[in-house]
Design a protein around this ligand. Sequence first.
Ligand code: AOF
Ligand code: ZN
Length: 356
Amino acid sequence: MRIALQLARGATGQTGVNPMVGCVIVKDGAVIGMGAHLKMGTGHAEVQALNMAGANVEGSTVYVTLEPCSHHGLTPPCCDRLIAENVKRVVVACTDPNPRVAGTGITRLREHGIEVQLGILEREAIDLNEKFNKFISTRMPFVTLKTASTLDGKIASKTGDSRWITNDQSRAFVHTLRHQHQAIMVGVDTVVVDNPKLTTRLSVAALDPIRIIIDSKLRTPPTASALEQAGRTIVVTTDEAPEDKLEKLLEAGAEILKAGAGPRVDLRDAMKQLAAQEIGSILLEGGGRLNGAMLEQKLIDKCYLFYAGKIIGGDNAPSNFSFGGFEKMSEAVWLDRLKLEQFGYDWCVIGYPQYQ
Ligand code: AOF
Ligand code: ZN
């Protein structure tokens, strides 16, 4: 199962709204097949491993990190193939939260006399697919927030200087995060001030996320760097969006998505519409006001808060979470399953917001 999990992890960032799944087939003490689900629409892990094992598979044990599917999606059910091939035993790490599967895969295998053992390395397998798990059960994207601040929570100095707060090790890791998400989202102020490319730049081959800009008044310049990059850029605005600006952005290659009647973007509705376009994971990269609004609306699932060992001060210097705030300490959002990771002299606080 550990090898199967490792195979699954190899496809990080590649599977879109599908889960990462790995499979290892063992017979008479020897590994006869291995596989992973590499990309949406292509063979599932079990099928890849069965194809490798060939004719020799009868009576074998199949280790798979997710319950074999029982439904016809883009590919036929893995269960049927396992039954047809007469495998003896299937060891499963965790059940599939997809309502179209949800235990029916395991039941079907058992009904056909296949021995099923469930729950081996279950925690690892569930955590591996935290984005898929949320998307498939709620039809909302899994949103990961990344911020880079000074120890006093500032994301720029009082004059607006922000290059750089964190070190190059931290910034390199952010590109790994971009690769792990289907989309990257920023507020229009970040586009106007920083003019970021919003692409993934790693020393190894990586996938660029879809770019999402939250922009109620369509202040995104049609010449913005983000619009010049290959792939999709979605500008999210409201029904009040000025028509002339909208036309110019469409001409510049942007897609427009309207969420809410205005004057501000309805973020929850935006998330719903993005999920309907099969965007299941989003990396939110600020600025402070968008971070604050997303937090206030309970739309952030996971945080990576990078802190450089610096204090910059400035009453008007922007903060990593800029919103009205709560009145009482007891109302604060707290982070569950908190972890601390060091990147050179920077620290990253990782956790899952718990909303009250
Ligand atoms: C498995 N093994 O390797 C994967 C599974 O559209 P399809 O046919 O690719 O089906 C996608 C669904 O199948 C996905 O939502 C999830 O429930 C399951 N993924 N199942 O047995 C795999 N990737
Ligand atoms: Zn399957």
